[in-house]
Ligand binder design. Structure first.
Ligand code: BTN
Length: 246
């Protein structure tokens, strides 16, 4: 896999870059094709949420991959690699950057970036992957206020160029995907854990409306959150089964 910034489709407005990328895959677009938009009128977030982004302010893109080398059971590694590359990008500007499980990018207690990955599977392997990323760069007012958004400009006072940030991301992500392609999972595993928001810290979680104290003990093979309770019991949770109380 060799990702460059040479294959970028720039759109002024689109419903969602992920949707556009899905159509491109149907039209047999090449690996590494990037759809970059100034504005999405139906930007998709996790769990069917709307992804808010003011026109022309932030980085909004989807990257097409065909990671056929990866077992479907290992698909969470793509998510880990994307999160790590984004953390590296943001860390150039701000130090307190973490991955809020499974793949939100946080600065302190605020969300600066979100990831929506849509995979297809063929047999036991991954077939295609759409890596959708929204990174708040220059937006200064957020209407929805949820989920506690922040932008780089709000933190540093500087203006950022979306294409430059995208280029930086692609270089870093390309390296991390190279590690996965060569079967080196351990460094990514280790760095993902080390980058986790509130790893090993007693924190408040919520499940089915009930709050409880626990600490993140690890991440399971399929990306499950392993929480250690005060009793010492460790329980694994799938995405959407549990949330942080921040
Ligand atoms: C989240 O809820 O945290 C995930 C947000 C993902 C947003 C990005 S913006 C570019 C791409 N296109 C979409 O419609 N969503 C993703």
């Amino acid at each position: 896999m060799f990702l460059t910034d040479k294959n970028i489709i720039v759109l002024n407005e689109v419903d969602s870059t992920n949707n556009y990328a899905k159509q491109l895959i149907a039209d047999k677009a090449g690996e590494g094709t990037v759809v970059l938009a100034h504005y999405q009128n139906s930007g998709k977030g996790q769990q069917g949420n709307f992804w808010e982004s003011e026109a022309g302010k932030n980085l909004l893109f989807s990257l097409i991959l065909y990671p056929g080398f990866l077992d479907a059971a290992k698909q969470f590694y793509i998510s880990k690699a994307v999160s790590l590359a984004l953390v590296q990008v943001v860390k150039k500007e701000i130090s307190d950057v973490h991955i809020k499980w499974p793949n939100d990018i946080y600065v302190g207690n605020k969300k600066i970036g979100g990831i929506l990955i849509e995979n297809t599977i063929k047999g036991s392997k991954l077939d295609s992957a759409i890596i959708g990323i929204g990174l708040n760069l220059n937006q200064e007012n957020f209407i929805s206020g949820a989920p506690n958004p922040v932008s780089l400009k709000q933190l540093t006072g500087k203006e950022y160029n979306a294409k430059e940030v995208l280029k930086d991301f692609l270089i870093r992500f390309n390296d991390l995907m190279g590690e996965l392609q060569n079967g080196f999972f351990e460094t990514i595993e280790k760095n993902y854990l080390a980058g986790l928001f509130r790893y090993n810290e007693w924190s408040l979680f919520r499940k089915d409306g009930k709050e409880f104290t626990a600490r993140i003990a690890g991440i399971g093979e399929f990306g499950q959150l392993q929480l250690e309770k005060r009793s010492g019991d460790v329980e694994a949770f799938l995405f959407k089964e549990v949330e942080f109380v921040i």
